[in-house]
Design a protein around this ligand. Structure first.
Ligand SMILES: [Ca+2]
Ligand SMILES: [Ca+2]
Ligand SMILES: [Ca+2]
Ligand SMILES: [Ca+2]
Length: 551
């Protein structure tokens, strides 16, 4: 009798499973297992990008802006050169094929003394513009389409100053027509070109309350030789405050120098959070910021690159106050020494980016590494990291398994799908040698990429001045697992991206996507099929698939 009952249960179970497959339900179960490393193929030599970032003074910077300058769906690159001219390269990669770029030379973009650049649509005409960070005057380049640009400092009433600028972030305050721009500056020089012992003030550049031009910059005093800045809604309050990471090499322990967070209320003077607000003293050789909710509570963790151990911070008391606790050790994210190369010396980390390189829904972390120049106390053979997110929340080094190894002195970088196959490729700007470009071939080989998990790429859009929805949160839900990503301009090291948000989906062939728009309005959950590029416009009936190049 017992055996008969068990048999009946088994049969009922099989019927239920078959029905679930028919309805597609089993393809959306909560992911529980992380995948191994994806494989990368070194395409640096064949990609046609010879750009070299160098210069005696320019041992910081070296960023890359990633955006589509000709609306052909492929991400193009604007790469800093330091004492060499910066270069715009147009992406001509066939879909799923080898990565290939062609330089686009133009006096407007071939500027010297460029440390980095960030893409954003300043004037909301649907064409991406660039904020270019320079040793000397910063330049706003207005996009004209077809990868052409024009200098627009005068058009926007923008004072580019003459500082050594190394960091940037932007946000749209209230109903402003133009974004508020934050520029982070490095050391001050005397008339001989030597360091004068101080840091140049960072600045906040705000638009006139009712206009399409900027008013003179507001200094962010004090400043401590900034190398990365990020406007982020760290408390999910709807207010985007400005986090600033600073280089301890240029301020003393007896000064007030430290990591900073500025409270930015619409139209009000910036206010620095203090110990009374819960902000705790932290001194690092800060070079890059990456922000991503890793714990599932909707509040972002913050990764800060430095020399030796890197920091991974989580809010200690929730959103009530900006008190952070370091969880880098418990999560396996200190990445303080090379895993191969000069393994007995400490590392030097620059650009950092959270994204899902193996499409398993667990967030990974790319960290560009490289010696400042010839600092003997730090590793010179110092490969970049690809920390793979595990199901228990920890990270595991995957760069060696991924074949993502070189010993060039990395600076800026980006994880971005350059050939539109749903696998994130990697660009790394190097000091003194050409840019590294790796093609992600998933579980496959150079001859044929192999799938390593489903994915979705989502671009968002809304009417009005902030057309790309900077400040929005894009959520993707697979089973009980929700991954939330904040749409930002800023962070990293001297460069950023304006393109689709990438989600790894594991075995799920459909996903629910929801947008919280920058003004706080939350859109509906929309079900989207996996393995495609879509745009979600605010208020539209459904996602719109992209038209991709045929080859
Ligand atoms: Ca393009
Ligand atoms: Ca524009
Ligand atoms: Ca992953
Ligand atoms: Ca790719």
């Amino acid at each position: 009798m017992v055996a008969l009952v068990l048999g009946a249960i088994v049969i009922v179970g099989l019927v239920a499973a078959a029905a679930s497959v028919a309805a597609g339900l089993t393809s959306r179960q909560t992911p529980t297992a992380a995948s191994g490393a994806p494989h990368f193929v070194d395409g640096s030599g064949s990609a046609g990008v010879g750009q070299v970032y160098e210069g005696e003074w320019s041992y910081v910077g070296g960023g890359v802006a990633v955006f589509d300058c000709d609306d052909d769906a492929r991400s193009d690159l604007y790469i800093a050169g330091g004492s060499n001219p910066a270069t715009l390269v147009h992406n001509a990669s066939p879909r799923g094929g080898a990565i290939r770029f062609e330089a686009v030379h133009d006096p407007a973009t071939d500027m010297s003394d460029v440390n980095g650049a960030y893409p954003l649509d300043i004037d909301a005409d649907g064409i991406v513009d660039l904020a270019v960070l320079r040793f000397g005057e910063n330049v706003l380049l207005r996009g004209l389409g077809d990868c052409r640009f024009e200098r627009a400092n005068e058009t926007f009433g923008f004072d580019g100053g003459h500082a050594w600028t190394t960091a940037f972030s932007a946000t749209w305050e209230g109903s402003a027509q133009l974004p508020t721009l934050a520029f982070g500056n490095y050391t001050s020089m005397d008339t001989n070109g030597d360091w004068d012992g101080t840091c140049t003030d960072d600045v906040l550049v705000r638009p006139a309350p009712s206009g399409r031009r900027y008013v003179p910059p507001t200094p962010l005093e004090p400043s401590w030789c900034t190398l990365s800045m990020l406007f982020s809604d760290w408390a999910r309050s709807g207010r985007r405050d400005l986090r600033v990471s600073n280089d301890h090499h240029y301020y003393s322990d007896t000064s007030d120098g430290a990591e900073q967070l500025w409270r930015i209320d619409d139209g009000q003077p910036p206010l620095q959070y203090t110990a009374a607000d819960g902000w705790q003293l932290l001194r690092i050789w800060g070079m890059g910021i990456a922000s991503q909710d890793l714990t599932g509570d909707g509040l972002p963790e913050v990764f800060l690159t430095s020399q030796a151990d890197n920091k991974l911070q989580t809010l200690e008391d929730g959103p009530a106050r900006p008190t952070y606790r370091d969880i880098a050790i418990e999560r396996g994210a200190t990445a303080h020494r090379p895993f191969i190369g000069d393994t007995s010396l400490n590392s030097t980390a620059w650009h950092a980016q959270f994204d899902d390189a193996n499409n398993d829904t667990f967030m990974d972390l790319f960290i560009a590494k490289g010696n400042v120049g010839v600092m003997p106390d730090f590793a010179s053979r110092d490969p970049s990291n690809l920390l793979l997110g595990q199901s228990d929340g920890t990270f595991k080094e995957g760069a060696q398994d991924a074949g993502l190894i070189d010993f060039a002195q990395g600076r800026g970088g980006a994880a971005v799908d350059l050939n539109l196959d749903g696998l994130l490729d990697i660009v790394k700007v190097n000091r003194g040698v050409p840019v590294s470009i790796w093609r992600n071939v998933g579980a496959g080989t150079a001859a044929k990429a192999g799938p390593i998990g489903n994915w979705l790429a989502v671009k968002i859009g809304q009417p009005g001045p902030n057309g790309d929805g900077i400040g929005a949160w894009v959520s993707a839900r697979v089973g009980d697992r929700i991954v939330e990503r904040e749409v930002v301009v800023g962070g990293g090291h001297a460069g950023g991206q304006l393109g689709p948000i990438h989600f790894g989906l594991g075995s799920a062939d459909r996903v629910d996507v929801r947008i919280q728009w920058p003004d706080g309005e939350v859109g509906p959950w929309q079900t989207v099929d996996a393995n495609q590029f879509v745009t979600i416009e605010r208020g539209a009936a459904g996602p719109r698939p992209w038209t991709l190049p045929s080859s």
